[in-house]
Unconditional design. Structure first.
Length: 417
């Protein structure tokens, strides 16, 4: 059996922010709303510390905390501090959300009501109740999960605390670029020849990272959420050789001798999107599996996907580690995935085209009334299409979950051996 590693990017992010280049668009989409329902570009958040405020008008603790947060925000704005808040509403209607913003004098922005990003944000930041205030730095890294407590207990020092944390996280240990010569286990290098030699010497798998370091939003997301994490670094230093194949727009970021080579490698491996992660055997040539980016990826989940892929290199593959009942369950789950994946992919492709057409109509509106009508049409389409895609995606996710559970059993058995 040839292993298929299915690593889905959340469809809503692909649909609504297909050309996202920064975390703000990746997490929130391209547009936000003010308290009057006016559209505001996501650009307003760039270069700032951002608080994601999960709240709702019907929530008594929210109504108690919001005035203090409004006061805190207004003071920082008067001081011209680089800080913004985005309301992630759990209100029962769009009308209630705007009423909440206006009554409490929120001068910050809100995620457009009903957008699917709300669900992915809640999952990503493990929001289980409201109010909740998650503080992110200018690169989208979490610097405080206790924003509400920070503001409540020490409003005068909260922003300084966040700024200090952000500066500490941003301070690089070196120039931040992978080595241009030589290779070490578990450390990114641009020297593919050295990486291949090391993988062969140590009999370790080789991971090729095809990236666009200065323009690819999904690449930056994976760097933040996976490769910069201690859990990843500790595992990689014992288990894998890493090669960094970069195609930046700023060619000075890559040694001249690697510019053409990297483009040729992308063609050689038929890389059609970034990032693409290609796992090779210790010979540095034979492909085991391909993985991609996911909004939900963590160091732990990415390591698990690599472990699953490596099981296919065992004699007998993953099935050699499973009972007959587990093998049957795996085959059934893989068949279910194949059956669910095609209609989802087709619907997603159609939705992307429809979104582009509707968005183009909005951009070409000749007056305010036409623009408003186009936005209403886009919002209605978004709600209907999201419901359709979520239903199709649920079948894909159910099959993937079943496959993942069986592979986790196999991974544990392999590690015990």
């Amino acid at each position: 059996m040839k292993l298929k590693v299915v690593f889905l990017a959340v469809f809503t992010g692909l649909l609504l922010t297909a050309s996202a280049a920064d975390w703000q668009q990746e997490f929130l989409g391209s547009e936000l709303r003010d308290a009057n329902g006016e559209t505001v570009s996501i650009e307003r958040l760039k270069g700032k510390i951002v608080g994601l405020y999960f709240s709702a008008h019907w929530c008594p603790p929210c109504r108690k905390f919001t005035p203090a947060l409004v006061k805190f925000y207004d003071q920082l704005q008067q001081q011209n501090q680089p800080f913004e808040i985005v309301l992630v509403s759990s209100d029962k209607s769009e009308k209630e959300m705007y009423k909440y913003m206006q009554e409490t004098k929120m001068k910050w922005l809100a995620l457009p009501y009903g957008r699917p990003e709300k669900k992915s944000l809640s999952n990503k930041f493990s929001v289980s109740g409201i109010p909740d205030l998650i503080i992110l730095d200018a690169d989208g890294k979490i610097i405080s999960r206790q924003g509400r407590a920070d503001v409540t207990e020490n409003s005068a020092g909260a922003f300084a605390k966040w700024t200090k944390s952000a500066a500490k996280d941003a301070a690089p240990a070196d120039d931040g670029r992978p080595a241009i010569s030589g290779a070490e286990v578990g450390v990114w290098t641009q020297d593919l020849t050295a990486a291949q030699a090391l993988a062969k010497e140590k009999q370790l798998p080789l991971l090729l990272n095809f990236t666009g370091s200065d323009w690819c939003g999904w690449c930056k997301l994976m760097d933040r959420n996976v490769f910069s994490q201690d859990e990843w670094k500790q595992w990689a230093q014992k288990n894998i050789v890493l090669a960094y194949i970069d195609t930046p727009r700023d060619k000075s970021l890559v040694p001249e001798k690697f510019v053409d080579r990297n483009q040729q490698l992308a063609q050689q491996y038929s890389v059609s999107g970034f990032p693409t992660y290609i796992l090779l055997k210790a010979d540095g040539q034979s492909e085991i599996a391909r993985l991609g980016a996911s909004r939900e990826a963590t160091a732990q989940s990415f390591i698990l996907d690599l472990k699953k892929a490596l099981l296919s290199t065992r004699p007998g593959g993953v099935k050699s580690l499973l009972s007959p009942e587990q093998i049957t369950a795996l085959e059934q789950a893989e068949a279910a995935l194949e059956a669910a994946q095609k209609p989802f992919d087709e619907a997603l492709a159609q939705a992307r085209q429809e979104y582009q057409n509707l968005n183009q109509a909005k951009q070409q509106a000749k007056d305010e009334a036409a623009g408003k009508a186009a936005q209403e049409a886009l919002d209605k389409w978004n709600a209907e299409t999201t419901a359709k895609l979520e239903k199709l995606y649920e079948a894909v996710q159910t099959a993937n979950t079943s496959i993942a559970a069986i592979y986790e059993i196999a991974v544990k058995k392999a590690e015990e051996e």
